[in-house]
Ligand binder design. Structure first.
Ligand code: CA2
Length: 147
């Protein structure tokens, strides 16, 4: 069975609890439930994790090799700073879709820079929690096209 890993970066554990005017009222647990329903409907296996630690995210990307077929990554603020995450993605050779809840291009200039985009197969941003479902569909499409 095709297996997808969804990784969430720093502060995304606070979704729905702080700043709902910026990031919405949906919690990360609710997003995970949405993702599990979508994966079930598409007969995909799914792992879903969050970490505030850059090193832990690097470790999870490394561990995905041989376990998962693709990674959906909302790296949070590390998107705009982390060469370590970029190098980890390159080193495992798995397809990665970069994901953001907000439209980072309509926000501050520093959010227009992404080290993840340089090594991702594509980017989804601006659709809130629905973006997670869109990313799962996009990953399935990408993996099927590669077969
Ligand atoms: O839009 C996204 O998904 C982001 O990855 C979210 C990051 C931000 O740094 C990126 O530029 C875009 C921030 C996540 C912070 O999440 C919070 C949730 C609730 C309360 C405070 C922060």
């Amino acid at each position: 069975m095709t297996s997808i890993l969804i990784l969430n970066g720093p502060n995304l554990n606070l979704l729905g609890q702080r700043q709902p005017e910026v990031y919405g009222a949906t919690t990360l647990a609710e997003i995970e439930a949405m993702c599990r329903a979508k994966a079930d409907a598409l007969s995909l296996s799914l792992a879903f994790h969050q970490s505030n630690s850059e090193g832990a995210l690097v470790d999870m990307i490394h561990a995905a090799q041989g376990t998962h077929d693709g990674i959906i990554l909302n790296a949070g603020a590390y998107t705009h700073t982390s060469i370590a995450l970029m190098d980890a993605i390159t080193s495992v050779g798995l397809p990665v879709i970069e994901l953001h809840l907000s439209n980072v291009h309509a926000r501050e200039e520093f959010r227009h820079i992404s080290f993840i985009s340089k090594v991702a197969v594509g980017v989804i941003c601006g659709f809130g929690p629905k973006g997670y479902e869109l990313a799962i569909e996009a990953m399935r499409h990408h993996l099927e096209a590669a077969d």
